[in-house]
Structures are given as C-alpha cells and as structure tokens.
Design a protein around this ligand. Sequence first.
Ligand SMILES: Cc1cc2nc3c(=O)[nH]c(=O)nc-3n(C[C@H](O)[C@H](O)[C@H](O)COP(=O)(O)OP(=O)(O)OC[C@H]3O[C@@H](n4cnc5c(N)ncnc54)[C@H](O)[C@@H]3O)c2cc1C
Length: 261
Amino acid sequence: MNIIVCLKQVPGTTTVKIDSQTNTLVRQGIENIVNPFDTYATEEGARIKERYGGKVTVLSMGPPQAEAVLREAISSGADEAILLSDSAFAGSDTLATSYTLARAISKIGEYDLVICGRQTIDGDTGQVGPELAEMLEMPFVAYVSQIEEIDNGHMRVQRMVEDGHEVIETSLPAVITVVKEINVPRLPSLRGLTKAKSAVISVWGIQELEADRGMVGLSGSATRVIKIFFPERVQHGEILKGSLESKVASLVDKLRDANLI
Ligand SMILES: Cc1cc2nc3c(=O)[nH]c(=O)nc-3n(C[C@H](O)[C@H](O)[C@H](O)COP(=O)(O)OP(=O)(O)OC[C@H]3O[C@@H](n4cnc5c(N)ncnc54)[C@H](O)[C@@H]3O)c2cc1C
C-alpha cells in the first residue's frame, strides 16, 4: 500500500489578527502547529502500512516553515515528505490548493490511498478532500472512522453519520477524510525523532509540478476575500423579574410582540 497523507500547518491559536490591507492572516509571531485532524490521518497511514506493508508519503502546501509539520509526521511513522512551496502558490483558495496538491499526487504517481483530515481548524471548509478526489477522478469517502479491511484492490470502511455509521466499500485508489474517532495518534519514538531530524524533505514548486500558472495561487482561486470583520456584539439581554407566572406571561408577550410565536 502506497499511502499519501495531506497535512496542513495551521496557527496554534484562536486569537488571530487580520491584515486590514490584504485581508490575510498576520502569521508573524504566531506559533504554528499541524492541523489536529491531520495527526489522525498520519497515524492511520502508519497503521495501514504496518498491517499491509508499503510506504507513507506526507505532503503539505505552505511556506518554508511548513516543513516542521512534515518532520513531525516522519517522527510518527511517515517515510517520505514533500513540501509544495512557491511564491506562486500564495493566496490559494481551496480550489487552487486542491489543484496544487492533485498535481503533486499525480507526480508521485504510484499510490493506493490518499488520506486527509476531515477539515482544518483555520480555513475550516472541509473542501480539500472532496475536491482532490474530483480532480484525481477517484472515489471519495468522507468522515471515515474505521478502516475495516483492505483486500484485492478494494477497501471496506465505516464512516460516521449523524445517527450512527455507514459501511462503505470502495475500489482503490481512493481519497478519504478521517475523523478523530478513527485512532489515537502515537507519540514520536526516539528513533522516529532521529529519523525526522536528518530526513531530506523534497521541495516542489510550480516548475517541478509542471502546473498551470493560472490555476495556482490567487490567479487560480475562484473566490476572493472581500472583507474580514469580527461581528459586533450587541447585548440586548433583559432579565425578567417577579413571580414565575408573571415572568412566563411577560416572556410570552415579548415573543408575540416580536412575531416569534
Ligand atoms: C481568496 C483566498 C485567499 C487565501 N489566501 C491564503 C493565503 O494567502 N495563505 C493561507 O495560508 N491561506 C489562504 N487562504 C486559505 C486557504 O485557501 C485554505 O486554508 C486552504 O485552501 C485549505 O482550505 P481549508 O483550510 O478550509 O482546508 P480543509 O478543506 O478544511 O482541509 C481538509 C484537509 O485537506 C488537507 N489540506 C488542506 N490544506 C492543505 C494544505 N495546504 N496542504 C496539505 N494538505 C492540506 C488536510 O488533510 C486537511 O485536513 C485563502 C483563502 C481564500 C478564499
């Protein structure tokens, strides 16, 4: 099994600042971490490799410092890492991100399974997994919570749905997104940490990917951030006083006046 895991580096804080001129995130001075959902993707890749043999390649698109999340993945069981980094990729929306990742996956060539996290904690769209599957023309299963079996070019998985789970069988190669219920990520081993420190991370840019300049970065993005703002907090709270009966009557009157009941 040749497995590709997609990892994104995200800000490890919820108190982010937005550059009012460019409408992008101010990344200076922010601690970056691997997107938490992607640690489950790496762990599942490592478990599949241990069960069926093969190799785990981790892939990330981002600035040069995103190399850190790739080394972290190597310390936790990944074998090879590729960073997609080029100024031409800056400003990518999900469509341009998926196109760039899909070009890299096609260039890697021989793979059976692509694993993504269910969503990121910054962009939070959950669009990259399904878009990748569409671009690679491969089957897709979202919210995978268990890999039951892989056999003879097919895979049976459980996926989480609102009131239970579904069992899905798909042919390989395929793209899946995983939820945190799928496993408990291992801690890096000493051997893994040593391997990660000395690992050579390949860096691919627009030339290596032979990518269409009009499909990457801002020019390849179908969406534009027009304005980012924090919603104003308007506090209209009112505490009703009196007996329980009078408070209920007053509440009903207010709801009627507001045409809510
Ligand atoms: C107009 C516009 C401009 C933007 N400009 C920037 C910018 O300049 N810099 C910036 O950092 N963001 C920018 N963004 C945000 C960026 O587009 C998204 O963060 C990115 O497309 C991924 O979407 P997401 O975070 O919602 O991922 P999701 O779809 O929620 O992620 C699902 C899974 O896909 C995989 N994945 C997602 N992104 C990556 C990645 N980069 N590498 C590897 N795997 C990945 C992971 O496995 C992840 O768990 C911009 C967005 C827009 C709309």
